[in-house]
Design a protein around this ligand. Structure first.
Ligand SMILES: [Zn+2]
Length: 549
């Protein structure tokens, strides 16, 4: 999803270096550390299976349920951290048929385990809880439980918790680095409603109290913020993709009164999946399927069940974010959120600080889809047009270990960075191989940003470390400075990190483009010719500056 992070500290005017400094000195709390780091109550256990059961009561906006957490013991331990956010309350925790003691520290619970935790053993702890979860204020950005009505006044309930965390509505290890191997999501709602969650529906049970339980099951690893509720009056139709791994089920769940509109708009999904399979490799969730589910918020990359709320219009809420016209040729939410099935869901970052791996590639995928539909030039125009949204307000990479995300530039600047790497690789098939290779190498895994960077450099055979450092960890745009003396042109990089030496394609005057290999020291062009200006190929996101001698 597109997340707009407001860094109050950074709102004052100042130079980029001041911004970078401010970002580094941003204050984080004890609670941020508990939430964002792989602390001592977390590191010793590995989530294997979440067996989640939640009953939703729309009458008083409350929920009640339990999660049976099955985990593997990696290290001996006696204290376990389980996250559940205020104002929700834990009623009890049970292991081996005995209740266990726990203490609360804000949004984290520390459990005193009585039973031995033998390394290699698989254990289960059940957490029973209830309460009125935080209601979303401005979903999907400021998330929580969404208590809505559709335009026919039917209840419509949904979840959107990216950044905020899954523990806003269910107890778990709320850390991106640890995904369960599989998960049950059993949601109980009033009989009049249908719930659509992730994965596949295993059963529907009519209870004797006016409620129905929908049991959904995900058989592949899932990142916790993607676990979803979508309860309302839904219609269903389906399609299939004959893809790289065989037959993929494609299911659509619009609100019942939108079925006809959805049947037209959702035709975009299958060609998009084909395009992404070509560029990024097989869709990652053949076993769990692909779904588009209408939601009462703009959208979210919920795994194997993308939440869709773009009102069946092309563009982003009816706008073209690139300003080129290409962004109106397709539905932003279908394309961007589905791209996250590869970038974000298949490859998930261990720490929100590296969220660029999700969002830069998702923005880049928008350009790739444009390329699939309308050719390479169109895709290029889309990415370059999207640069208008870059703010250069703070570094893209956030602070580690505190559930922090860096600048919103992780979308467009990150996308432009990837587009630039493609120029530097200078071989489209090799570049496509790198994109597919990332998804294959890190298939169903959590990663660090550094792993992704190292992979790209290694497969490209080019050390991009300084390019990544410049564009991801500073808010400065490289300046290609040039000057002319005695009819000779000299050039160098300025406003860059030490050692930055990215090649660029550039032309002198009206001359043909050639590769320049600037460093931070002046180099003189052997033949300046008649031109007295330097123009860098527009595929490179840099500033060109003529300086005085
Ligand atoms: Zn996104």
């Amino acid at each position: 999803m597109r997340r707009f992070v407001v860094l109050l500290l950074l709102s004052a005017a100042g130079s980029p270096s001041v911004f970078a400094q401010a970002a580094r000195t941003k204050a984080f709390s004890h609670a941020d550390t508990l939430r964002g780091s792989n602390g001592p109550g977390r590191a010793w256990w590995d989530a294997a299976f979440y067996d989640l059961h939640v009953a939703i009561n729309p009458k008083d906006s409350s929920i009640r349920g339990h999660n049976a957490i099955t985990y593997r013991v990696l290290q001996p331990a006696t204290e376990m951290q389980i996250d559940l956010q205020v104002p929700l309350e834990v009623d009890s925790m049970v292991q081996d048929a005995h209740t266990v003691a726990f203490r609360r520290d804000g949004n984290a619970f520390f459990v005193k385990l009585a039973a031995p935790q033998t390394v290699g053993a698989e254990k289960t702890i059940s957490v029973f809880y209830h309460g009125k979860p935080r209601a979303a204020k401005r979903p999907p950005w400021d998330g929580g439980l969404i208590w809505q009505h559709d335009s026919l006044h039917n209840r419509w309930i949904s979840t959107a918790v990216e950044g905020l965390g899954a523990s806003a509505w269910w107890p778990n290890k709320d850390l991106l680095a640890d995904e369960p191997d599989s998960q049950r999501i059993a949601i109980t709602v009033p009989d009049s409603m249908t719930d659509i969650s992730n994965g596949r529906l295993r059963g529907t049970t009519r209870n004797n109290d006016g409620t129905t339980t929908f049991e959904w099951f995900v058989v592949e690893p899932i990142n916790n913020y993607n676990v979803e509720v979508n309860a309302g009056q839904y219609a269903h139709f389906s399609d299939t993709l004959t893809g790289e791994r065989g037959r993929l089920t494609v299911d659509y769940w619009p609100l019942a009164y939108h079925a006809d509109t959805a049947k037209v708009q959702f035709r975009q999904a299958v060609p998009m999946l084909k395009c992404f399979e070509h560029w990024f490799g097989p869709y990652p969730w053949y076993a769990d399927g692909y779904k588009l589910i209408e939601a009462p918020h703009l959208g979210m990359e919920h795994q194997s069940g993308v939440a869709y709320g773009n009102k069946f219009k092309n563009g982003y809420s009816g706008r073209d974010l690139s300003g080129t016209g290409w962004g109106m040729k397709w539905d932003f939410i279908i394309v961007h959120e589905s791209a996250h099935e590869w970038w974000g869901n298949n490859i998930t970052v261990k720490d929100g600080a590296d969220m660029w791996v999700h969002e830069s590639f998702a923005n880049y995928a928008e350009g790739i889809f444009t390329e699939c539909q309308n050719g390479k030039q169109a895709g290029t125009d889309y990415i370059i047009g999207s640069r208008a949204n870059i703010k250069n307000d703070a570094p893209i990479v956030g602070a580690y270990g505190v559930n922090d995300e860096g600048s919103g530039d992780k979308y467009y600047k990150g996308g432009s960075l990837l587009h630039m790497l493609r120029q530097l690789v200078d071989d489209d098939e090799k570049w496509r191989g790198i994109l597919r290779g990332l998804n294959n190498t890190f298939w169903h895994q959590t990663v660090t940003g550094a792993q992704v960077q190292a992979y790209i450099s290694e497969k490209a055979g080019i050390d991009f470390s300084k390019v990544f450092e410049q564009y991801l960890t500073t808010a400065r745009v490289p300046e290609l400075e040039y000057k002319i003396a005695n009819g000779q042109m000299s050039y160098r990089w300025a406003n860059v990190v030490p050692g930055f030496a990215m090649p660029v394609r550039a032309g002198v005057g009206n001359g043909a483009e050639t590769w320049l290999r600037p460093t931070t020291t002046w180099q003189t062009l052997p033949n300046t010719g008649s031109g007295d200006s330097l123009a860098v190929d527009r595929n490179f996101y840099v500033v060109v500056k003529r300086v005085k001698n």
